[in-house]
Design a protein around this ligand. Structure first.
Ligand SMILES: NC(=O)c1ccc[n+]([C@@H]2O[C@H](COP(=O)([O-])OP(=O)(O)OC[C@H]3O[C@@H](n4cnc5c(N)ncnc54)[C@H](OP(=O)(O)O)[C@@H]3O)[C@@H](O)[C@H]2O)c1
Length: 316
């Protein structure tokens, strides 16, 4: 099958597009003919070797944790999915090796859902990792409710864009941080306020909008951004970090419920999110598509840190 892959850790120049054997289908799994595969920062973090101590791997590695396409075959014991059905899935697995940037990928049947009719494959491939991350932060961990205020750092990215919509759908108010060029984009997604993260005093900018602090911070950036977040969340509030581990003492001092989230595949949550996107209750992020053959360019763009919405690779 056609696949993008690399055989050692390093830069984007190590990405090849060539021929690899198809993955083997195990009982309880489905084989997906992938038509579109989302690009996420985790793809290049793995490729650079940043995660080799925490994620078991085997070379050659086919990157990609977001797949959309149709069922090519089902393994023993799989019910409710049959060849030809349109599906989408988060393809994260315990072993990093057989990813979504290929003509075929296997996933446990529980991770694959029917793609709503109104979503095309590129739209479906934009949702799994970014959407499940936002969902697990806002709905699972923080259990945000109507009337609450959520601060989303990195709101114009893949996770941030979907987090804006998920928070708004729950009736929460959203403050997003982004560069000025993304202000209109975020307001269209439903953000109530957009704060320029490059402004001299980001903290003051947020407190001008939410003088008592926010109920929840979703930090997709880390470092200094996480550091200043402790002062922006109300005592007893919630902090979800996607990059750095929240500081135990700072969180204890304000009685914060805090975590560094690690996204997990969940077909039930993905189906709920996809349904909300299909109905228009949650807006789709902006999507730019590139053919699989341009995967190195897509990785470099993601590494530069300023993708708006999602990059999705198409696989013909
Ligand atoms: N732990 C997990 O399970 C998990 C899951 C998903 C993602 N993540 C991590 O979360 C991070 C975000 O993921 P993503 O997919 O949303 O990334 P992404 O789509 O690549 O995010 C890019 C966005 O970040 C914004 N940005 C860059 N620097 C910023 C800053 N200092 N303050 C505010 N916004 C800034 C950019 O906006 P401008 O162009 O306006 O600068 C751009 O829109 C990545 O590090 C990723 O690895 C972790």
């Amino acid at each position: 099958m056609k696949a993008a892959y690399y055989a050692r850790f390093g830069g984007a120049e190590l990405l090849n597009v060539g021929d690899l054997p198809e993955p083997e289908l195990a009982p309880g799994e489905v084989l997906i003919r992938v038509r579109a595969a989302g690009v996420n920062p985790v793809d290049w973090k793995i490729r650079q070797g940043q995660l080799k101590a925490v994620l078991p791997y085997a070379f050659p590695i086919i990157p990609g944790w977001d797949a959309a396409g149709e069922v090519a075959a089902v393994g023993e014991g799989v019910k409710g999915l049959a060849p030809g059905m349109r599906v989408m899935a988060c393809t994260k697995k315990p072993l990093v090796q057989w990813g979504a940037c290929a003509e075929y990928v296997t996933v446990p049947a529980a991770a694959a859902i029917h793609t709503p009719q109104s979503l095309d494959d590129t739209q479906a491939a934009a949702l799994p990792v970014a959407g499940l991350t936002a969902w697990q932060a806002l709905r699972d961990f923080a259990r945000i409710e109507a009337g609450q205020t959520v601060l989303i750092h990195g709101a114009a990215g893949g996770v941030g864009s979907l987090a804006v919509g998920i928070a708004r759908e729950r009736g929460a108010s959203v403050i997003g941080t982004a560069s000025p060029a993304n202000g209109d984009y975020l307001r269209e997604l439903g953000a109530d306020s957009v704060i320029d993260y490059g402004a001299p005093d980001l903290k003051a900018g947020v407190l001008a909008v939410a003088p008592e602090g926010v109920d929840m911070v979703l930090d997709t950036i880390g470092g200094e951004t996480l550091e200043l977040s402790y002062a922006l969340v109300k005592a007893g509030g919630t902090l979800v970090s996607l990059c750095d581990q929240p500081d135990h003492d700072q969180c204890a001092h304000k009685d914060l419920a805090a975590t560094r989230l690690s996204v997990r595949p969940d077909g039930g949550q993905l189906a709920e999110l996809a349904g909300l996107v299909a109905s228009g209750a949650v807006s789709l992020p902006e999507i730019e598509t590139l053919p699989l053959e341009r995967i190195a360019e897509a990785h470099r763009r993601s590494e530069a840190g300023h993708v708006r919405g999602k990059l999705v690779l198409t696989i013909s």
